[in-house]
Design a binder for this molecule. Sequence first.
Ligand code: ADP
Ligand code: TRP
Length: 329
Amino acid sequence: MQNQKKKVILSGIQPSGVIHLGNYFGAMKQYVDLQDTSINYFFIANFHALTTLRNPQELQFNTLDIARHYLAIGLDPDKCALFLQSDVPEVCELSWYLSIITPLGLLERCHSYKDKLAKGFSPEHGLFAYPILMAADILMYEPDFVPVGKDQKQHVEVARDIAIKFNNTFGNIMKIPEVMIKESTAVVPGIDGQKMSKSYGNFISFLSDEKTIKKQVMSIVTNSTAVEEPKDPAQCNVFALYKLFAQPDEIISLQDRYVKGGLGYGEAKKILLAKLLDYFAESRVRYNQLKADDQYVKDVLKKGADKAREQADSFMIKVRNAVGIVRSN
Ligand code: ADP
Ligand code: TRP
């Protein structure tokens, strides 16, 4: 009864590379913050990752590693369905029903496809049709909200457009979801000040070993202002990242030190590093425990898949009926 009032939340992350601070603050942290008050579906988009990753061992490793990250940062498998996209293969069937009504122009406008081509990926159909599979991921679970970083906003809007077209064609089956973006962390900068991304090599991971994280933090690009000179915190990548972790009084105090002069970028990076390591200390312990227990992680994913399939099975019956697909059993 109480569940009926709860909003449904769904989101996914591709296992296409190292999980970084942009993923955490842009998306994953919201999942943890929402889990107590919503019905939650969080999944690992391994079908999507195949559009850019063609190394089976790496894909397998990344898949479990995202699950470990989800659990280490505090997702509670009893409060959400944490599952693999590939454990609900009906999503590919739904993707087909959506494909047949998706106008090409809608896909041609997608920034993400154009960005990938600009980065040298081949113009393959899977990459082009990526937003349709993502629409299927979303619509299958009838969410109220889809929490993502700003770069995924357009994809959620495409899912809405496809849902509306489907409803106009086949009747009112698809629930229209809302995108949910936390503006303060919608675009986390990387070590070079551009959007942090796995594929730009400008990321800071947060559960790797300390040496790796230290190297990433120490590589943050800064300007050449000398130690004793005043500095503008608003122009500094180190400060931008520090703001994500620190309390308001800590932010003001570091800001004062920038403005006064006498603070070198090396010291600012050390302050950031200490904050980061402290912030994720518990998660890192948990992550290392999970690394030694693949079976537990797989059990969680299996339980999550069972919950996800329950929704998918009943939803697909409605969809097949609406489009006129008959099954022999
Ligand atoms: P990447 O750009 O590293 O490949 P993904 O596309 O897999 O990251 O993103 C997974 C989730 O993390 C999405 O919701 C995305 O919007 C969010 N995200 C990724 N990078 C950032 C960033 N730099 N700032 C804010 N959110 C981000
Ligand atoms: N495209 C998303 C990303 O790169 C991952 C994703 C796939 C997703 N399906 C989704 C996100 C459905 C939210 C909802 O981050």
